[in-house]
Design a protein around this ligand. Structure first.
Ligand SMILES: *Cc1c(COP(=O)(O)O)cnc(C)c1O
Length: 374
């Protein structure tokens, strides 16, 4: 699509992605592997171009949430190993084998189904064993976990390449995180004592990677940091070079209208003009991923300055008050978030996290790939 035709688009700066990759990589010991987490369409940035770039940069592994996401990458010609972090029902084991995908295993009965399918296909299915050390989500846990993991690893047809866990509060409590980490190391040691060892032991996503280098082990799994966002305030700058946001959401002014004092703006008349005002109508709304909760509590940025969004955000449109930016006219481009307006301003206002704002940018919004120019 021609840029001129686009009402709202997301610019994806692949040079920023490369910068973030290198910044994060520079903190790793030699030999530590790097999984680029590209689940959820690469946090909204577009899974295929991002995965291709990460592969080119030298990421040893890619991670996704589910089988469909993995198959999408394989069909796009991605050859790097791909780890599915979530579950895949046993009946789809043949797909995992056909596409050479690494599957997370977190229960013995599914492991048995994988084993049977792998034997039938006369292949080895690569798996990573997941332990729950305090996240309360997926993973072997409880008093039987040793026996269940040992039994899983003993199944024919499975190549148990990895052992991993996930931290619940790596951006919060050091004590809790170190408790989880110790539990993981204890489990690894206990399994090793029984002869069960793994080539790749891993536990650090972005927050642990930045806060606790001791948790890097054989591989790290950053997602949000790759896209240029710190998982928490306390981790800002811990990478060294500084991360650069990869996505910039932009919109093109559809119309500029001068309305008299007393005019009501948008549904519900939550904003009434106190003076004669110039309103820029922006073709971006909640169906594009601009959360309606940002109504009356966000700004957009023009080259000449910031303008507040007034009234409810509609499905396809919203209005910015540009009375104090007299040069703004129809056809001008405004940044919704990105390099000028950090997405964290939006996520903070919504009492959520950057992850949610990024992954909310909808399918209707074209992704435009570039190298940071313009
Ligand atoms: C999403 C996810 C990651 C990446 O997390 P970030 O906080 O984005 O770095 C790593 N590991 C697992 C298991 C995940 O689900």
């Amino acid at each position: 699509m021609e840029q001129a035709q686009m009402r709202t688009w997301a610019e994806i700066d692949l040079n920023a992605l490369a910068h973030n990759y290198r910044a994060l990589r520079s903190n790793l010991e030699p030999g530590c592997r790097f999984v680029g987490v590209v689940k959820a369409n690469a946090y909204g940035h577009g899974a295929i171009p991002v995965a291709k770039k990460l592969e080119e940069l030298g990421a040893e592994y890619l991670a996704v949430a589910c089988l469909d996401e993995a198959v999408e990458l394989r069909e796009a010609g991605i050859h790097a190993p791909i780890l599915i972090l979530g579950g895949t029902p046993g009946q789809f084991a043949a797909e995992l084998l056909r596409y050479d995908i690494t599957q997370t295993v977190f229960d013995l009965s599914t492991a048995k189904e994988y084993s049977a399918a792998a034997q039938k296909a006369d292949k080895l299915l690569k798996v990573h064993i997941k332990a729950d050390t305090g996240m309360g989500r997926l993973g072997f846990f409880g008093k039987d976990r040793m026996e269940e993991i040992k039994a899983s690893c003993a199944l024919p047809g499975l190549d148990c390449e990895g052992l991993f866990t996930h931290f619940a509060d790596a951006d919060g409590s050091e004590e809790y995180t170190m408790g989880q980490f110790t539990d993981f190391l204890d489990l690894r040691a206990a399994l090793a004592k029984e002869g069960v060892t793994f080539k790749i032991n891993h536990c650090a996503a972005s927050a642990a990677m930045l806060h606790y280098p001791c948790t890097h082990l054989d591989m790290v799994r950053p997602g949000i940091a790759l896209y240029g966002h710190y998982p928490d305030e306390g981790s800002v700058g811990l990478d060294g070079p500084g991360l650069i946001p990869v996505m910039t959401l932009k919109t093109r002014v559809a119309a500029v209208r001068t309305l008299p004092a007393g005019s009501c703006i948008s549904y519900g008349r939550t904003h009434v003009l106190g003076r004669e005002s110039r309103l820029a109508v922006l073709p971006v709304g909640y169906a594009d991923g601009l959360h309606r909760g940002l109504s009356n509590r966000m700004e957009v940025a023009f080259p000449s300055g910031r303008a507040p969004v007034v009234g409810w955000v509609c499905m396809d449109l919203c209005m910015a008050d540009v009375t104090d930016l007299p040069e703004v006219q129809a056809g001008d481009v405004a940044e919704v978030f990105g390099k000028i307006l950090p997405v964290e301003e939006k996520s903070d206002a919504l009492d959520t996290i950057s992850y949610e704002c990024l992954t909310s940018v909808s399918r209707r919004v074209p992704r435009v790939y570039g190298n940071g120019e313009g």
